[in-house]
Design a binder for this molecule. Structure first.
Ligand code: NI
Length: 133
């Protein structure tokens, strides 16, 4: 296998969320999610890392990736409440699920299976990664 060089670009957005599922009682939600289940939610300054592999023969232009992620991800989530996003109607807005959702929104837009990894930094101490199935 040829040496694979990857490049990672960081993107930022701020959003609110509440860890909660209608499938569980209020009490169980509180037990599982603790203060992250607070009724009115709370916010994070998210950093999303998008890793793609580079191909010297047909480089994915940096500006192209920047435009794509800004349009599809940053504009969609910045200054929003994630629980109201259509994709999160039956899915808890955890960092894991956000990473998976962002992967799903980008994987078909980035040609030649070049998307390698989505990283979501939610807080100073919590980082989530998704590399596809
Ligand atoms: Ni949170």
């Amino acid at each position: 296998m040829a040496t694979k060089v990857t490049i990672t670009q960081a993107f930022h957005f701020s959003a609110a969320h509440r860890l909660h599922t209608e499938q569980l009682s209020l009490e169980v939600n509180r037990q599982i999610f603790g203060k992250c289940n607070n009724l009115h939610g709370h916010g994070h300054n998210y950093t999303v890392f998008v890793t793609v592999c580079e191909d010297g023969a047909s480089p994915l232009l940096r500006g192209e990736l920047n435009r794509l992620v800004t349009e599809r991800i940053v504009r969609r989530f910045d200054h929003q409440h994630l629980n109201y996003d259509p994709a999160f109607q039956d899915v808890v807005t955890t960092g894991e699920n956000l990473a998976k959702l962002i992967w799903g929104l980008l994987v078909k837009e980035i040609p030649d299976r070049r998307l390698q990894k989505i990283g979501v930094l939610e807080t100073r101490d919590n980082y989530f990664e998704y590399v596809g199935d």
